[in-house]
Write a protein that binds this ligand. Structure first.
Ligand SMILES: *Cc1c(COP(=O)(O)O)cnc(C)c1O
Length: 466
């Protein structure tokens, strides 16, 4: 055994072999050295375990194919593309919205070239980075002014910090939501220094509850869109229009955290009712905030629109500098918002809207194509069948809305491979495939797979079952 160790190729030889090959030749050497080091450790372990038959097996040409596969697996970036076969369109864990082509192009240019980010080309002087999207946001929402920050959580924080620090904000008990990733309205409020004044009951809040709670210490009325749940049965919420009347009577701003924030009227797609930003602005909300990367389908951002005198105060808050968006976000946001100037164009070109809008018939055909590819590629490994199912919008939008789809169910030929085991194996292939399990069967929802990803998904299944 000790003699076998002497036949192991040297670190220098292993590195030289990797460096002579694509794509390793362009990788940082320390990454390759680390992979080579680990590979040699694995082989040493094999020698110790008596798994190496003789010195020939340790010659570099004999080890090379395994070495390259090992190095490829161990030098991959941590952050990488995955296939989303969950059918959840705005999947926060998988990166929420995909950007429109126009936004992708704008991001690439903003990233690679200098730009007029904070430079006014008309005067040759310093400009504002927000000016590039403020007019678009005003046009699209009907608001007097707009501002964009890092995300909607930041938007809520800076709004409360500006308008209500050290004073009370009245919120209905039914709207004290927690959304994924531990964003809780009461906690964000505490961070902003605003004091939460809860009114009403979990299921019912009345106009008089707000009116009775108003004192000299009140700074604002806050309405929070109950994004990810619905209270049904014996319920009552005070409509925004009435809140606005109360606010106006007491000279208090009405703030609405819309969460997802649609600029697109989804009732066109016969989906449940979610207010558009335009509607909320028209109904008199003084300050409205929403996410850029939920159903809007743009980059991560927190968009704030509303009355000019409030927005001007928020813009001057020093927190704004800490929460500001970067140039790539700005480029993607402007490109996305421009598409919304023509709703039909947005429906076709904003991937989030297009994925939500796929018809049941389109999805049935797509599922059949996917099943046919799988059954043709690897009939010895698995069988794919189609069945009716439901997809979700995700991102806390339309929480109770099932979107009709057709699922592709996978039955491995090896009955010992459970749906759970297959699901786990699929996370380890390239690119990883995230699927879901229904009735103990692994299912792929074609809604969130692009046409050119169907064959890639089939290959992922093959890798997982081989
Ligand atoms: C999603 C959401 C947020 C947080 O938005 P991010 O853009 O993820 O920071 C805040 N409030 C509500 C109601 C939401 O649905």
């Amino acid at each position: 055994m000790t003699t076998l160790f002497r036949h192991l190729p040297s670190m220098d030889a292993v590195l030289a072999h990797l460096v002579s090959k694509k794509p390793f030749d362009s990788l940082p050497r320390p990454l390759l050295r680390q992979a080579a080091d680990r590979f040699l450790d694995v082989v040493r372990e094999e020698i110790r375990a008596g798994l190496v038959p003789g010195p020939e097996a340790l010659a570099l040409p004999a080890l090379a194919p395994r070495l390259c596969a090992f190095a490829a697996a161990h030098t991959k970036p941590r952050f990488r593309r995955v296939l989303n076969a969950t059918g959840v369109v705005v999947h926060t864990n998988l990166g929420r919205s995909l950007l429109a082509d126009a936004a992708v192009t704008a991001v690439a240019e903003a990233a690679a070239r200098y730009s007029n980010l904070e430079f006014d080309l008309a005067t040759g002087e310093r400009g504002s980075r927000y000016s590039h999207v403020e007019d678009l946001l005003k046009t699209l929402t009907g608001a007097e002014a707009a501002l964009v920050v890092n995300n909607n959580a930041a938007a809520v924080l800076i709004i409360l910090d500006t308008l209500a620090k050290g004073r009370e904000v009245i919120v209905s008990r039914g709207q004290l939501v927690e959304i994924g990733g531990s964003f809780r309205i009461p906690e964000v409020m505490a961070k902003s220094g605003a004091i939460l004044k809860e009114v009403g009951a979990t299921n019912r809040t009345h106009r008089r509850d707000y009116e009775n709670a108003i004192t000299d210490a009140t700074a604002a009325l806050l309405k929070v869109h109950t994004s990810n749940f619905k209270i049904i049965g014996f319920t009552k919420e005070v409509p925004l229009k009435e809140l606005q009347e109360i606010g106006q009577a007491h000279n208090l701003p009405v703030i609405e955290d819309l969460g997802s924030g649609n600029l697109f009227d989804f009732s066109i797609l016969a989906m449940g009712h979610e207010p558009t930003v335009q509607r909320v602005v028209a109904d008199g909300a003084d300050v409205v905030s929403f996410s850029g990367d939920k159903v809007l389908g743009g980059p991560q951002a927190g968009i704030i629109v509303g009355k000019k005198h409030y927005i001007d105060r928020i813009k001057k808050n020093p927190l704004n500098r800490a929460l500001r968006i970067d140039k790539m976000t700005l480029a993607a946001l402007e490109a996305t918002l421009r598409l919304y100037l023509d709703p039909a164009l947005a429906a076709a070109k904003v991937p989030t809207l297009a994925l939500i809008g796929q018809s049941p018939d389109t999805l049935r055909k797509k599922a059949r194509r996917l099943a046919a590819i799988i059954n043709k590629t690897a009939p010895q490994l698995m069988t794919a069948t189609t069945r009716p199912g439901a997809s979700r919008v995700g991102g806390g939008a339309f929480p109770e809305e099932d979107l009709a789809t057709t699922l592709v169910a996978i039955t491995p030929a090896d009955a010992a491979v459970t749906a759970d085991a297959l699901r786990e194996r699929l996370l380890g292939v390239t690119p990883p495939l995230v699927a879901r399990i229904e009735h103990d069967t692994l299912c792929l929802d074609p809604r969130t797979l692009a046409e050119d990803e169907l064959a890639v998904a089939a290959q992922a299944l093959v890798q997982a079952l081989e």
